[in-house]
Every structure is written in C-alpha cells, then in structure tokens.
Design a protein. Sequence first.
Length: 127
Amino acid sequence: MFNWLYARHTGGTFILRIEDTDVARNSQEAVDVILNGLRWLGLDWDEGPVSDDVHGTGRGTFGPYFQSQRKENYQRRVEALLSRGLAYEKDGAVKFKMAREAVVIPDLVVGEVKRELTDREQADPDL
C-alpha cells in the first residue's frame, strides 16, 4: 500500500509483479487473492498483469510481471555478477560479496541509520 501511495504522490509508476516462484505455496487461488484484494482496496497498477493468468499478457514495458517468467533475466544478471567478481558460487548457491563494515542508510523519515554487522555477519557477511 505504501508503494502505491508513494507512486501516486510523486507521479511515479506503480508496477505490480506477482511472486510465484515458491511452487509449494503458489496456486491460482493465491494469485486471485492478491489481485482481488488490491482491486477491493481500490489500488490500481500502471504496469502489471492484465489477468490472473501466469501465461497471459501484461500491460507495460518492464514485464514479465510474474516472477516465474523472469528466470532468464535473473540468470543473465547472476552471470554478470559472477564474471565481475561481485558474487561467487558456494555449496550450490550464488553468494553476493558484501561489505565487511557497518551499513549506513540515509532515510528520509528518520535520518541517517547505521546498522552494525551482527556476530554472524562479521564471520560471513555474504548473502
């Protein structure tokens, strides 16, 4: 809801993308609940699925709008990260190399937020 409000307030574009890659939890009913709930709340999207059909068309230029259709996009990005040394493979997973220092985030609401690494992150901060 916040993202919709922010997009409308700033004249931005609200893009709806459905997360449907968790095969165990994904179902047509789950997609219907998302879309019907947004419509019930009166929240419209500028770009996104036109229907609840994962193989259906979308409206906009930043599709596809179902995550399960974006695998090739993500594979290209992973390969680029690996080739530039920004990520690496370990135990069958791709891990992102992360900074070994506190993260400082400029927040418009509360000001500068400093997040120290946890003990576990200090030992292995990579995601």
